[in-house]
Ligand binder design. Structure first.
Ligand code: NAP
Length: 247
């Protein structure tokens, strides 16, 4: 799958699943924009690694939940590149707790970054894609948004919201040749899952028919497909990447 000459923005692209997605798109020939908030050193490292593959790469600091910062990010990207062909809404956080102990702040923070962040990024980038009459938007949801999870009501609500958002925007942008899809990873080994208590981890494993967690590369492979022309007739879909957890 070739993406030579295309430009991709990956939010939260400095580490974890986002880094794997960025490097996979770069390996397919795409120029990449690594968005980050705190991981500046890691973002610069990804930029250097990508440049070694012969593509252009740029790191841009911006909080996805802040409209002005994302507006500036898009301007900066267009100063460097002629088009924006791929947007991967990957930035996400967890603030887990049981409902009775969950603060309003923790509920709001997760919705702001995971759901409102995708809305802000998609709104600004889709304007560019609509003019181009071409583009691919991929939202990183979660199986938790499909099946729920005790202790993650904020996160599940944000990811279920992201799935509804994906389908709505897919309908709005289809005639402009912009494909909008989501992937729903299950248990993937990253910093996010490393902080889960052992009991929660064991419970996940019991429910995975393939009896193992996934790697960030498992997610990146599907995002590559959804970024490529091989998925041109696919829009509004949610693809589970979960070793069979949800079926
Ligand atoms: P991670 O290792 O914790 O990385 C989270 C990423 O999000 C970091 O790059 C972080 O950037 C970025 N981020 C957080 N807040 C941000 C903000 N306000 N603006 C911009 N970027 C922000 O998590 P991960 O496991 O790679 O998860 C990536 C995505 O996959 C998330 O949407 C997550 O919900 C989803 N997912 C993960 C799993 C899993 O099992 N790991 C399963 C299903 C879905 P900084 O470090 O620069 O802040």
């Amino acid at each position: 799958m070739q993406l030579t000459g295309k430009t991709a923005i990956v939010t939260g692209g400095a580490r974890g699943i986002g880094k794997s997605i960025a490097m996979t798109l770069a390996a397919a020939g795409a120029n990449i924009v690594i968005n980050y908030t705190r991981s500046s050193k890691e973002a610069e490292e990804v930029v250097e690694e990508a440049k070694k593959l012969g593509v252009s790469a740029l790191a841009v600091k911006a909080d996805v939940s802040k409209n002005d910062e994302i507006e500036n990010l898009v301007k900066e990207v267009l100063n460097h590149f002629d088009s924006i062909d791929i947007l991967v809404n990957n930035a996400g956080i967890t603030r887990d707790n049981l409902l009775i102990r969950m603060s309003e702040e923790d509920f709001q923070a997760v919705i702001d970054i995971n759901l409102k962040g995708a809305f802000i990024c998609t709104k600004h980038v889709s304007k560019v894609m609509m003019k181009q009459r071409k583009g691919k938007i991929i939202n990183i949801a979660s199986v938790v948004g499909v099946m729920g999870n005790a202790g993650q009501s904020n996160y599940a609500a944000s990811k279920a919201g992201l799935i509804g958002f994906t389908k709505s925007i897919a309908k709005e942008l289809a005639k402009r040749n912009v494909n909008v899809n989501a992937v729903a990873p299950g248990y993937i080994e990253t910093d996010m899952t490393a902080s889960l208590p052992e009991k929660v981890r064991e419970e996940f494993m019991i429910n995975i028919p393939m009896a193992r967690g996934g790697e960030p590369q498992d997610v990146a492979n599907v995002v590559l497909f959804l970024s490529s022309e091989y998925s041109d007739y696919i829009t509004g879909q949610v693809i589970n990447i979960d070793g069979g957890m949800v079926m």
